[in-house]
Write a protein that binds this ligand. Sequence first.
Ligand code: IMP
Ligand code: MG
Length: 201
Amino acid sequence: MRLAGVLWECASETHALPQMQSDIERVLFDGPAIHKRLDEMAAQITADYSGRELTVIAILSGSLMFMSDLLRRIPLPLKLDCLSVGSYHGKTRTSGEVIFKQLAVPDVADRNVLILDDILDTGYTLAAVRKKLEAAKPRSIRVCVLLSKRKQRARDVDPDYIGFEIGDEFVVGYGLDFMERYRNLPYLGVLRKELLERPNQ
Ligand code: IMP
Ligand code: MG
């Protein structure tokens, strides 16, 4: 029976969430806490950029949920572009080498640029993105991150907007991944340490 088949598929998909939840050591920020903080950040950004047009450069894929929920709270004219960069090569430590996955960098000449990223860790990614965009001579450039790890950084990056400061732990959910998984969790949580240590998954 076709309908029964569809219902069974939907039910088995919803079971994927409890499966992922058992991989989470503890929840850091649940959906309502994230959204409350986004309200505050969006109000601040809206006030700071009032009367100016923003050009948002979101760093993929980690900032997808953050970008989508934050930008819908900012009632200003804005342009949006995305940059796909990588530095992890599937592990939990950055390689330090930031690779830009597209040839063309968005044209930001004379624009008020706001870079959005999910998390500031070593600083390699945001320092490289900022440098690349600065070369295109924007009028202004600011950095906004959902999370910032409290730690000594390899590169000096001082974000203008920070959602939450956290300890030096590996977090997933709400866009953040471990080996491309967990991005669809509706909250931010710390991944169980033993999962990080497994060589191949
Ligand atoms: P950075 O270059 O070390 O500052 O790291 C920035 C990028 O690494 C972020 O955009 C994330 O994609 C990823 N990253 C760093 N820490 C975490 C984490 O705890 N969980 C998931 N991704 C992370
Ligand atoms: Mg990532």
